[in-house]
Design a protein around this ligand. Structure first.
Ligand code: G4F
Length: 330
């Protein structure tokens, strides 16, 4: 059997880096799309790039941009991927209020562009679209599943909902193997520092080490369904190994408030978060989504996928990693 070939957009991100590791372990040739920038932002895959047994042998990076259809088509022609994992795009919900057009181009139109390329291939390609719980906004029912109507509450959610529906249309209209992975929040030590869990874990570690004293946050009452990112990329891969394409919710089914996450993270370093957290209006969003909690039972039944790491353990993993990274010489 031919060696499977994966193409990952967003390979330098949290999920892309874990997914690349998983696919390399499974014996794939992995190709990743990277955007040219004056400063390298590849810290999450540096260990792979510096491994002579991997880089240039089973891992290849290609300069490109989701807006550049010609370059993307060229990469497809050269690489002929058997599986495409589309993870790239502006992913910060708060920021999507400030740069809505960029967000919609990167998240919405770019997915359409890839679907068009897929449609023109003369061989079967499987496509994973990184959808998001943000498509549900503030839903009428909880928990949400694959049938829950979309009702986004911010520009990012609107763009994702647009992309999710296009994936469904292309699957039905052209018979393409396209899956939407409707992932709820998934975190790890590789999470960007401007997402709330990482902001908290980093602050807990730095406060413990005397490097910082205060942590400025917005609304602490909102609740999220938080899971562990390496487990979620396993779910993404499993979707593309099924006989038929479909949509799946990836979630823990449990929701916790920001206060709960603060308690767990600060408890890890034996501190009381209430002595350190300051409210800052700037971090409150123009609209907030509420009631997001996912029902992963379809993923469990069909993919054999189940989240294992719960919120408190996740907070501990993240704080431990940040403590380690902050130590002198780390
Ligand atoms: O960590 P967050 O920025 O994640 P959010 O908005 O839930 O979005 C993440 O998860 C989605 C679902 O998987 C993805 F689609 C999306 O791309 C991203 O990965 O914020 C979580 C909550 C929000 O309610 C926010 O208002 O935390 C609240 N929050 C309170 N203070 C804060 C802060 N969020 C951030 N980023 N920074 C704060 O200081």
């Amino acid at each position: 059997m031919a060696q499977p070939v994966a193409f990952i957009t967003g390979i330098t991100g949290q999920d892309g880096s874990y997914l690349a590791e998983l696919l390399l372990r499974q014996g794939y040739l992995v190709h990743g799309l990277v955007r040219r920038a004056s400063m390298f932002n590849r810290s999450r895959i540096e260990h792979l790039r510096h491994d002579p047994a991997v880089y240039g042998k089973s891992l290849f990076l290609h300069y490109g941009d989701l807006q550049d259809a010609t370059a993307l088509r060229r990469i497809f022609r050269q690489v002929r991927p058997s599986e495409v994992y589309h993870l790239a795009g502006q992913s910060h919900v708060g920021l999507s209020f400030e740069i809505p057009e960029v967000t919609c181009h990167e998240v919405g139109n770019a997915t359409l562009g890839l679907l068009e390329i897929l449609r023109d291939q003369d061989y079967p390609v499987r496509f994973y679209h990184a959808a998001s719980s943000e498509i549900f906004g503030t839903p009428e029912s909880s928990p949400q599943n694959e049938e829950t109507p979309t009702r986004p509450g911010n520009p990012y959610g609107c763009a994702k909902a647009f992309a999710v529906h296009l994936c469904r249309v292309y699957r039905k209209a052209y018979g393409l193997f396209v899956c939407n992975g409707i992932a709820y929040n998934h975190e790890s030590p590789r999470r960007g520092e401007n997402f709330v869990t990482r902001k908290i874990s980093l602050a807990a570690a730095r406060i413990k080490l005397g490097l910082q004293d205060k942590l400025n946050l917005g609304d602490l009452d909102v609740r999220r369904d938080w899971g562990y990112a390496p487990e979620y990329v396993e779910g993404m891969w499993r979707m593309l190994q099924q006989p038929e394409p479909d949509d799946y919710v990836l979630a823990t089914g449990q929701s916790h408030s920001i206060r709960d996450f603060l308690s767990a993270a600060f408890a890890r370093v034996a501190l009381d978060w209430r002595s350190h957290v300051i409210f800052e209006e700037r971090f409150v969003r123009p609209t907030e989504v509420n009631g997001l909690v996912g029902d992963p039972s379809k993923a469990k039944a069909r993919l054999g996928w189940e989240p294992k790491t719960r919120m408190a353990e996740l907070a501990g993993i993240m704080v431990d990693a940040d403590l380690e990274a902050q130590r002198p010489g780390a």
